[in-house]
Ligand binder design. Structure first.
Ligand SMILES: Nc1nc2c(ncn2[C@@H]2O[C@H](COP(=O)(O)OP(=O)(O)OP(=O)(O)O)[C@@H](O)[C@H]2O)c(=O)[nH]1
Ligand SMILES: [Mg+2]
Length: 567
């Protein structure tokens, strides 16, 4: 996979390490990196020629602590979702002048509202849902006299950002529970009743609670009333298959049903028969279905920045994009993921790069047919921008929940390219890179384990018939004969490179040399991949030195990323 910016021995940028450029050294040595300005930040310092630290002037890349935006953001939310209960059917009889004993005319109850979920491009955070905790659809309205049916309950749509993963934590489905219990009961009485007419069927006392009796009758009369068997009813919507798992990585054009409302009850005209011309009962609406879901937002960025705390990730994001993410000279300045967009057009001050992204994977759809070059070009779309995600810093032992843990890695999990940001002034760069890869590798394994467990769970048949005679002799879950291996390749297989930052600080050169040699060794296959994962991406491992705080060397990063993204 050729990179747009081929690796060269001139990887040391002259403005950072003039001594490495013998020919141009003298010219670059004259360059002053730091222009004295009126305002100075106490947080960052660079070396002056005398060796004493010189404060870096305050700028967009080195903002004063109040120069940052702190938007509301949440990437996790737990919701209890309730569909609407169905409205009750009505027991009513026609009344008018000279007709005091008219026919039954109770209306049906309205169905309960459904709850849907939809991923929409405008949303960026789950913070509103995280505060909400409960989502309910509207109740169905009860039926009324004069054959007036109740109104249907209002549907509710939960809108979430694109990139949200919905996982079920548990559900209560009264209708399915009842079906399950019934399927467990002896089939004998049901078989007997097949030959009997509907009216002769014995009343099922277990279902008594599903019936509504005429309010005007006495208790003794109520006891005498024989209710028929509940009629079978078709359902327009069925509950989602358990366990619910939705990966909303693309905008959903149609809302997805996650909780169907209960059916409305039937009014008394449904039960009129020759033997029972005046039914004094109607059915109640079905109870609500409830499901507890967890929403997890995995930001969709093309590039993920991974680094130790205080490495300079946010400063790099500010240097490459218009982001106003928080920067400070202390660990864990960033507490929430930030996304920035790198624009590739020729606007003033932006790099002009021609890049293409594949929009349709024709090779899959056309199978063995060979593609003409026209076809291939038609599937390429010009890339005008790409996005970068900056996440809170990782520390060694993050997988043991040290620091902020490594849960924020899910935001770079889907990135096409990983950029490891390493502070050249903060100890051995190779050791830092290894520590980062170790955490990333452990995270990938954990995720793959979770995916495997979910796949196993999805194979279990939770339906009412499962495990009963009706299903089959064997248990309905089918497990694969061999378990898929946890490879860790989901992350280690991605293209990656190192951004060696703070190159403007003194005594960083040797550190950078060592890092570069180590990465060359990985590319040549002499040194194993730092994650230790077999088959990890090692095609063109490189380190690009930058001084993000001065915006130097950052254009080169854009070119390199575009090369990796274009593949
Ligand atoms: N000299 C120098 N200082 C830098 C450079 N890049 C960042 N810094 C400084 O390093 C400090 C940390 O920068 P941040 O961008 O907040 O680092 P971070 O990796 O986002 O830190 P966390 O959010 O805590 O993980 C700030 O004081 C920056 O001004 C650089 O290229 N050169
Ligand atoms: Mg930061």
């Amino acid at each position: 996979m050729p990179c747009r910016c081929a690796p060269s021995p001139r990887v040391f940028l002259p403005f950072l390490y003039p001594s490495l450029f013998a020919a141009n050294g003298a010219a670059f040595a004259r360059l002053r990196l730091i222009a004295p300005g009126p305002r100075f930040s106490s947080s960052t310092s660079t070396a002056s020629s005398s060796g004493a630290p010189t404060p870096t002037p305050s700028s967009r890349l080195n903002p004063t602590p109040d120069d940052y935006a702190m938007p509301y953001f949440a990437d996790k939310a737990k919701l209890m979702v309730y569909s609407g209960v169905g409205g009750n059917g009505c027991i009513s009889f026609h009344r008018e002048a000279y007709l005091d004993d008219g026919p039954a005319n109770g209306g049906d109850g309205g169905h309960g509202g459904n709850v849907y979920i939809q991923a929409v491009p405008g949303e960026t955070s789950l913070h509103k849902l995280a505060r909400r905790r409960f989502v309910r659809a509207g109740k169905g309205i009860h039926g009324q006299g004069s054959a007036r049916g109740g109104q249907r309950g209002q549907d509710t749509i939960i809108t979430v950002p694109v990139g949200t993963v919905v996982t079920e934590l548990g559900r209560t489905d009264p209708v399915a529970d009842e079906m399950f219990l019934e399927s467990r009961k002896e089939k004998k009485p049901a078989q007997q009743s097949e030959s009997a007419t509907e009216d002769e069927e014995p009343a099922n006392e277990d279902h008594r609670h599903k019936w509504l009796l005429y309010p005007g009758i006495s208790t003794s009369e109520a006891r005498k009333i024989q209710v028929p068997r509940l009629p079978y009813r078709d359902r327009l919507f069925s509950q989602p298959k358990a366990p619910l798992y939705l990966d909303l990585s693309k905008p959903t054009t149609q809302p997805i049903l996650i909780a169907a409302g209960g059916l409305g009850g039937l009014g008394n005209p449904h039960f009129v028969s020759k033997q029972r011309p005046k039914p004094m009962f109607a059915t109640r609406g079905e109870q609500a279905f409830s499901i507890e879901i967890q929403l997890e937002l995995k930001l969709l960025a093309d590039v993920g920045l991974v680094g130790l705390p205080n490495a300079g990730k946010s400063t790099l994001l500010r240097a490459l994009t218009n982001s106003r993410t928080r920067v400070g000279n202390w660990a864990f300045t960033t507490l929430q993921p930030n996304i920035g967009t790198v624009v590739l057009d020729d606007n003033k001050g932006r790099p002009k790069i021609t890049s293409f992204k594949r929009t349709v994977d024709n090779s899959d759809s056309l199978g063995p047919f060979s593609l003409s070059s026209d076809w291939e070009e038609a599937s390429l779309e010009r890339r005008t921008r790409f996005t970068m995600a900056d996440i809170p810093g990782l520390i060694e032992g993050a997988h043991l929940d040290k620091g902020l843990g490594m849960e924020f890695l899910r935001h770079v999990e889907r990135a096409g390219v990983l950029a490891f940001v390493i502070d050249l002034s903060a100890g051995n760069a190779v050791a830092a890179l290894k520590a980062l890869w170790n955490e990333v590798g452990l995270y990938a394994q954990m995720r793959e384990d979770e995916d495997r467990a979910r796949e196993r769970e999805a194979m279990i048949d939770w339906s009412a018939e499962a495990g009963t005679e009706k299903a089959s002799d064997q248990w309905s879950a089918v497990y694969p004969s061999s378990e898929p291996e946890v490879t860790g390749l989901s992350i280690a297989g991605k293209p990656w490179f190192v951004v060696a930052t703070k190159g403007d600080l003194p005594d960083t050169e040797a550190n950078f040399r060592e890092l570069r040699e180590y990465l060359n060794g990985i590319t040549k296959g002499e040194v194993p991949h730092p994650s230790g994962v077999e088959g990890a991406w090692t095609q063109n491992c490189t380190a690009i030195p930058v001084s993000a705080i001065h915006g130097q060397g950052t254009d080169r990063i854009v070119h390199w990323i575009v090369g990796l993204l274009d593949g």
